[in-house]
Design a protein around this ligand. Structure first.
Ligand code: URP
Ligand code: ZN
Ligand code: ZN
Length: 496
């Protein structure tokens, strides 16, 4: 089926211009003014609307088995909800249990994802280490289109990666031309603080943010970044929630390190007052890690996005319904960590980003789609409106007004973290590889229509990093060749 998107303004990360877009055989075939409707093609009237690359959510957890339960949105319902909001691709996570064979976990997640209605790919988490893990990383990069490995620095006693694992995995990643990603929270500190707070008699959801202060995140982000610097591997820090981790990223970027940062729509727009709500279900629904922060951190995160020190936006979509959250009724440590948002990311960021003037439309496209495609090496197939790209497109009505609610959303969860938020601007039509999958407020999706997207390794990284290491080496071992007395004099000056 061919589709002609007519009369809209195409908006990419680079520019905006009036053009029609013709989609054929799942790809963008032509972009131009006044393209004639081919015989048998359907037409989408985009008059007064924007035609943008479909959103890419680089951080989701569909049907994740986690903290004794399983996330309620599976690959079918979760990707469908994404399409309803203009997100046409997710990058989810394979998370092996410690000691579980990595390829076995990968194959399990691939099987679960077969029912996806939109395209998907996988980061693979490294949760333990031995020679088989190293070999499996190689197999994943060389034969299965995986170019990113995730490390949870939190969740002690479960999937936490300690420094030894980070060093081993990062070293292997750079050898393979892969990027490493980190959930940055000091897991040992969190564990100790959780115990302390619980022992003080704070057992409700308000204990959750107290056990995970921003310093815990900043320390871990800085540590991961510095380990990556020494080993010369590019690094991506997921779900930055606070000034401290943003500062670690900004500092390293200013020093020329290849560091990327992600921010969640939720962290930008929801503050920590939710944990002080007396209604357990409400407060527990917002329990995620890192937690929502105070408004001053939110302001910093917006600045990070505006300055380009944070490059991507995501949701960390990982839903648990009230009966699942109730596992932690008497102990906040047992509340399954995770919230939703895949359906609303594009509209809340448009409303609070573009409509407020914080972001230009082009910057919006960059942070919701194109930058993720570039960082994870699937650009321009994804994240672009260009001839030959996959026809993953959102037609955006800037005048549409809606109030977000769990009563009307497509996400398979009984609450919505943006409940009651009125937004102006939302998807009128979503195309997934050239097929209209959302129009007139209705989904028209096919179970299993989503395809796995291979992400090739970054051939250039290894060479570039080797060159950089060679340049840096002489500086690192530079000796003070001045006569001893002069050197000593200098030293005492510094001391004083
Ligand atoms: O609380 C969260 N974020 N749950 C999902 C797992 C993770 O840490 O990303
Ligand atoms: Zn995380
Ligand atoms: Zn996550």
């Amino acid at each position: 089926m061919n589709i002609l998107i007519k009369g809209g303004t195409v908006v990419t990360a680079e520019r905006s211009w009036r053009a029609d877009v013709l989609c054929a055989d799942g790809k963008i075939q032509e972009i131009g003014s006044d393209i004639e409707l081919p015989k048998g093609a359907d037409i989408v009237d985009a008059g007064g609307q924007y035609v943008m690359p479909g959103g890419i959510d680089p951080h989701t957890h569909m049907q994740l088995p986690f903290m004794g339960t399983v996330a309620s949105d599976d690959f079918e319902t979760g990707t469908a909800a994404g399409l309803a909001g203009g997100t046409t691709m997710i990058i989810d996570f394979v998370i092996p249990n410690p000691q579980q064979n990595v390829m076995e976990a990968y194959n399990q997640w691939r099987e679960w994802a077969e029912k996806s209605v939109a395209d998907y790919s996988f980061h693979v988490a490294i949760t333990w280490w031995d020679e088989t893990v190293s070999a499996d990383m190689e197999t994943l990069v060389k034969e299965h289109g995986v170019n990113s490995f995730k490390h949870f620095m939190a969740y002690k006693g479960a999937i936490m990666a300690d420094d030894e694992i980070l060093v081993n995995s990062f070293s292997k990643a750079i050898e393979l031309g892969a990027i490493v990603t980190c959930h940055a929270e000091n897991g040992d500190l969190v564990y100790a603080l959780q115990q302390k707070i619980y022992d003080m008699g704070i057992t409700g959801p308000e204990g959750h943010p107290l056990s995970r202060p921003p310093e815990v995140e900043g320390e871990a982000a800085n540590r991961a970044i510095r380990i990556a610097e020494v080993l010369g591997v590019p690094i991506y820090i997921v779900h930055n929630s606070c000034r401290q981790s943003l500062e670690a990223i900004t500092r390293a970027r200013n020093e020329g390190q290849r560091v990327y940062g992600e921010v969640l729509a939720g962290h930008l727009l929801i503050d920590d007052s939710v944990y002080r709500n007396k209604d357990f279900d409400f407060a527990a629904a917002h329990v995620m890690s890192p937690p929502f922060r105070s408004p001053d951190h939110q302001k910093e995160l917006w600045h990070g996005l505006q300055s380009g020190n944070l490059q991507t936006t995501a949701t960390d979509h990982c839903c648990f319904c009230a009966p699942q959250k109730a596992a932690g009724k008497d102990d906040f440590r047992l509340i399954p960590n995770g919230t939703g948002g895949i359906e609303n990311r594009m509209e809340v960021l448009w409303h609070h980003g573009v409509s407020t003037g914080r972001l230009t439309m082009n910057e919006y496209v960059a942070v919701t789609s194109t930058n993720a495609a570039k960082i994870f090496n699937i650009f321009p197939r994804k994240g672009s409106i260009s001839v030959g790209a996959d026809a993953d497109i959102v037609v955006w009505d800037p005048e549409a007004i809606k109030t977000i609610s769990a009563k009307t959303h497509h996400q398979n969860v009984d609450y919505n973290i943006f409940e009651g938020m009125e937004v102006k601007g939302s998807a009128s039509n979503t195309l997934s590889r050239g097929k209209i999958v959302f129009a007139d407020g209705k989904l028209n999706v096919e179970r299993g229509a989503g395809r796995y997207v291979d992400r090739p390794p970054f051939a250039t990284y290894y060479d570039a990093m080797k060159k950089r290491a060679a340049v840096k080496q002489p500086t690192a071992v530079k000796r003070d060749t001045r006569p001893k007395r002069v050197a000593m004099k200098k030293k005492s000056v510094i001391k004083r």
